[in-house]
Design a protein. Structure first.
Lengths: 246, 217
């Protein structure tokens, strides 16, 4: 029996049913793995009161590609969960930070490894875990800690998501994915944490069976929808590749 | 002469001094900014494996525009190369490497370091938000934490202090501090002076430091 393909015709169709109030994880780290096209489609789709999970809210570099910060600027976001609510250098101001400082959006600041592990835990059926990160800091104030084998740890809860937007290099019709180099980052963890994972894929989507099962980085069990990224300028790539295509 | 007139080491020299402490076989994580300069230091044939938070393990020099691979960045977003023996893992495995204590040293920038080895680098006083990234996981779990920072603020106020005034990133973890004034180690009561930069006297260093300075390691 042939497997049904998970390929969807376009980005608008892929995000059309995302409701107001959805909790959405956005893959990517400093470019690779970032779902620019799905983010743009969500800006156009207009869902509101979203909770957005990502390592950063974007906007540290110009020119900008679609990012969580743009969803905040469009008034679509109620809350952000990330490891940066301000830029690394205090002289840089992220677009998101202005809205956060003004109280127009909520934020939960999470150490990066804790963010990754909270997503992993959600995808692995683990409700909570203890970590040494952030012990003794402002982030641990008023929260549950426990001494295990003589060391203090902070309780952290799993971070399940309704939707994950990720980007991959290759996919087959069954949703099995390969990432290339630094593209992997948070992407497989977010897919595992989400009920609905939508992937923007860089290469042509292959028939089921075309990927060597030993070389699959994420099982299609965790993937529901695939969209092929068209060439620039119709499809969004990295800023530099975008500029080269001009 | 005021504290702000004193130069001492430049940024690369501060990074060089810490990089010379790296031992053969170490797994090293370099923070964004001045710490990345440690990878430029010639430390002979010592074999160092550079780990980046985004799961790039075994990266090499930054590549010039046109030669870079846009799928490959280090934690600072620089387009780096890979050295023979490199591997790619996802974020949870990357931080598994960190939390399980396999990073021999993490080198980070900071706003303040205390005599007790606390440091602050994620939030400035008035801000509501902050930038943590991987700093809290690394600081809590790496075998050693080295800090690079200017010895004083632009206003000439000390950054090596008895207690941090800013929200800390981790407590009691810093083992070595390189500043433009020299190399120091928190002792609990103050800072041990391991080496002073050329042109920096002990008196000048004492005048620019908020905690007691002791001679010798």
């Amino acid at each position: 029996m042939a497997q049904r393909s998970k390929q969807v015709a376009g980005f608008a169709a892929a995000v059309a049913d995302i409701p107001d109030g959805a909790v959405i994880a956005f893959g990517g780290f400093a470019g690779p793995g970032t779902p620019y096209n799905l983010t743009k489609a969500l800006l156009d789709q207009g869902a509101r009161r979203l909770t957005c999970i990502g390592n950063t809210t974007g906007g540290a570099h110009q020119p900008r590609l679609p990012d969580i910060g743009m969803l905040v600027e469009a008034g679509q976001v109620a809350k952000v969960v990330c490891s940066f609510t301000a830029a690394t250098r205090p002289t840089d101001v992220l677009p998101f930070t202005k809205y956060y400082e003004a109280g127009e959006v909520e934020a939960e600041l999470v150490p990066q490894g804790t963010l990754a592990e909270r997503l992993r835990a959600a995808g692995a059926g683990i409700p909570a875990f203890y970590t040494p990160a952030a012990v003794g800091t402002e982030l641990a104030e008023g929260r549950e800690t426990r001494v295990i084998n003589g060391r203090e740890y902070l309780l952290e809860y799993a971070l399940p998501c309704d939707v994950a937007f990720i980007r991959a290099w290759r996919a087959d019709a069954a949703g099995n994915l390969q990432f290339r180099l630094a593209q992997r980052n948070f992407c497989p963890l977010m897919a595992m944490a989400a009920k609905l994972t939508i992937v923007e894929v860089e290469e042509d989507i292959l028939p089921a069976g075309a990927l060597d099962p030993d070389q699959v980085h994420l099982s299609g069990i965790f993937v529901q929808r695939l969209v092929k990224v068209p060439p620039a300028p119709e499809g969004l790539w990295t800023v530099r590749r975008q500029e080269r295509a001009k | 002469m005021s504290a702000t007139d004193i130069k001492g080491w430049d940024r690369q020299q501060m990074a060089d001094r810490l990089a010379r402490e790296f031992q053969d076989g170490w797994i090293v994580n370099l923070g964004v900014g001045i710490p990345t300069l440690c990878s430029n230091t010639d430390i002979g044939d010592r074999d160092i494996l550079y780990h980046a938070e985004n799961g790039v393990i075994g990266y090499g020099p930054v590549l010039p525009a046109g030669e870079e691979d846009l799928h490959l960045v280090n934690a600072g977003g620089q387009n780096v190369s890979l050295r023979p023996g490199a591997a790619i893992v996802h974020h949870a495995d990357s931080f598994g490497i960190i939390r399980s204590g396999r990073i021999d040293v993490t080198v980070m920038g900071a706003y303040e370091v205390s005599a007790g080895g606390d440091f602050a680098n994620w939030k400035v006083g008035r801000a509501k938000g902050g930038g943590i990234g991987g700093a809290m996981d690394l600081a809590a779990c790496a075998k050693r934490v080295f800090i690079i920072l200017e010895h004083t603020t632009r206003k000439g106020e000390p950054r090596l202090v008895p207690q941090c005034s800013l929200p800390v990133t981790a407590r009691g973890v810093v083992t070595l501090v390189a500043t433009n004034y020299g190399l120091f180690a928190p002792t609990g009561e103050g800072f041990a002076v391991i080496e002073l930069a050329p042109g920096i006297s002990l008196d000048a260093a004492r005048a620019a430091t908020g905690a007691p300075l002791m001679e010798g390691r």
